[in-house]
Design a protein around this ligand. Structure first.
Ligand code: AMP
Ligand code: GLY
Length: 423
């Protein structure tokens, strides 16, 4: 089977790595890919914002299956367009992807279907914000409605601060169109959890859970990022909690979307806060998480192509995935300055030494390959991923590999998984 992966990050490198293990694979393409992905798959240029560009590429490569990594192609309707042409593609339609592309849609949907989430108000003007604020207690979370690559959420310590952030977002200066509608939200306290599942529009099969580390600095300090590392261990979610999440969140979302005429096929990523009142949904993503996918796929023992075809063909079953009981972790190595401005084109050293460590795979995110060397080409550069019999074993391998790698300005978190280690 010929498979095409769309995307260019660490998540897509992990997908490519896992797909290569499938006995069903005959040819693997990735577009546009990155320096590391191009060692493992044939890369091609594509503009992920443009349906024409993606259609032209698929016409040329004739894949039997296309897998969409990031949200952008989903929100421009690549699944709708490919399906209309009779091409097999894994992911939700443009309408179903609104669960990620519009936070106000997601909040109203959750309210309609009694899915646990924080209290909220949707505002399109400063006047509406002024009217809504008395109904909240500080701190207050202010969110841009549209896609903002992790930069659309601020936590305001006071109502005055919330009003300022809201006004700035609404003005369009901060985030453009994405912020012209905002969601005010009650602040939830607890531990975050990434709970992903695969659906065929009717049935669901959960993946193993993972925990992301969104803040740039150790001890969850500094600004939010796309994710500085993640880990997955069996004890993050026990069997009763898994059943609860499937019954009260996963199934109602998929049933609600079907009822509303938007069959949800593909990966549904539920970003949860585990509060004292129980799990609550912070956000949905309509795709695999990055970097959660790197440790999650390291634990997957069954075939990924089979699972994706089950989603397309309407035969997902809870037993579709076989998982290792091992722990896995991913430590993201970022460019100096990230999540602010950073330089690109910096040479990366030590990749060969890191690759020799047992149980380690270095996934590339923002890299390019030229003249036999690898260079930085993004904020998140590499995802050093390792598995081990338990979390300390996986962490020790990952950080041993990190110590071999270097590039000017490189920084990373030294406390990935620390919260679970303490327990
Ligand atoms: P989101 O894009 O909605 O997932 O928000 C990004 C990050 O902001 C989340 O991963 C949380 O760390 C934080 N966050 C979002 N909503 C809330 C909330 N209601 N209470 C506390 N933290 C939140
Ligand atoms: N790691 C968070 C995300 O993929 O959105």
């Amino acid at each position: 089977m010929k498979v095409l992966v769309l995307g260019s990050g660490g998540r897509e490198h992990a997908l490519v790595w896992k797909l290569r293990q499938s006995p069903r694979l005959t040819k693997l393409y990735c577009a546009p890919g990155n320096g590391g992905i191009c060692q493992d798959a044939e890369c091609a240029d594509v503009d992920l914002k443009s349906l024409d560009s993606m259609v032209a590429l698929a016409n040329r490569l004739q894949p039997d299956l296309t897998i969409v990594g990031p949200e952008l192609p989903l929100t421009v309707g690549v699944v709708d367009e490919f399906t209309r042409r009779g091409w097999r593609i894994f992911g939700p339609t443009q309408a179903a992807a609104q669960l990620e592309s519009s936070k106000s849609f997601a909040k109203q949907f959750m309210q309609r279907h009694h899915i646990p989430t924080a209290h909220y108000a949707i505002c399109v003007s400063v006047d509406e914000v002024r009217e809504a604020l008395p109904h909240f207690h500080a701190p207050i979370v202010v969110k841009a409605d549209g896609l903002a690559a992790g930069k659309g959420v601020v936590i305001a310590k006071t109502k005055e601060e919330a009003a300022l952030f809201a006004a700035e977002m609404l003005s369009g200066k901060m985030l453009g169109e994405a912020g012209q509608r905002i969601v005010l939200e009650e602040f939830l306290d607890g531990e975050e959890l990434s709970f992903l599942l695969i659906s065929d529009g009717e049935r669901v099969a959960p993946l193993v859970a993972a925990q992301d580390h969104k803040r740039v600095g150790d001890g969850d300090t500094g600004p939010n990022t796309g994710g500085m590392g993640a880990y997955s261990i069996a004890s993050l979610v026990d069997a009763p909690m898994r059943d609860w999440l499937v019954t009260h969140i996963a199934k109602p979302v998929v049933a609600g979307m079907r009822e509303e005429g938007m069959q949800y096929r593909g990966i549904l990523y539920c970003g949860l806060m585990m509060t004292a009142r129980g799990p609550m949904v912070l956000e949905f993503n309509c795709r695999f998480g990055d970097p959660e996918t790197q440790p999650i796929l390291m634990r997957l023992e069954s075939d990924l192509i089979d699972a994706m075809e089950a989603s397309i063909d309407g035969r997902v079953s809870d037993g579709d995935f076989k998982w290792s009981s091992d722990a896995s972790v991913c430590v993201v190595l970022a460019s100096g300055g990230y999540p602010g401005t950073y330089d690109s084109g910096v040479e990366i050293l030590g990749l060969e030494g890191a690759a020799k460590i047992t149980g380690v795979k270095v996934f590339h995110a923002g890299t390019t390959h030229r003249d036999g060397g690898f260079y930085t080409a993004g904020g998140r550069v590499l995802g050093v991923t390792a598995r081990g019999a338990d979390l300390p074993a996986a962490l020790s391998r990952a950080y041993e590999a990190v110590a071999k790698i270097g590039f000017e300005g490189m920084h990373y978190r030294k406390d990935i998984g620390a919260r679970s280690l303490k327990k």
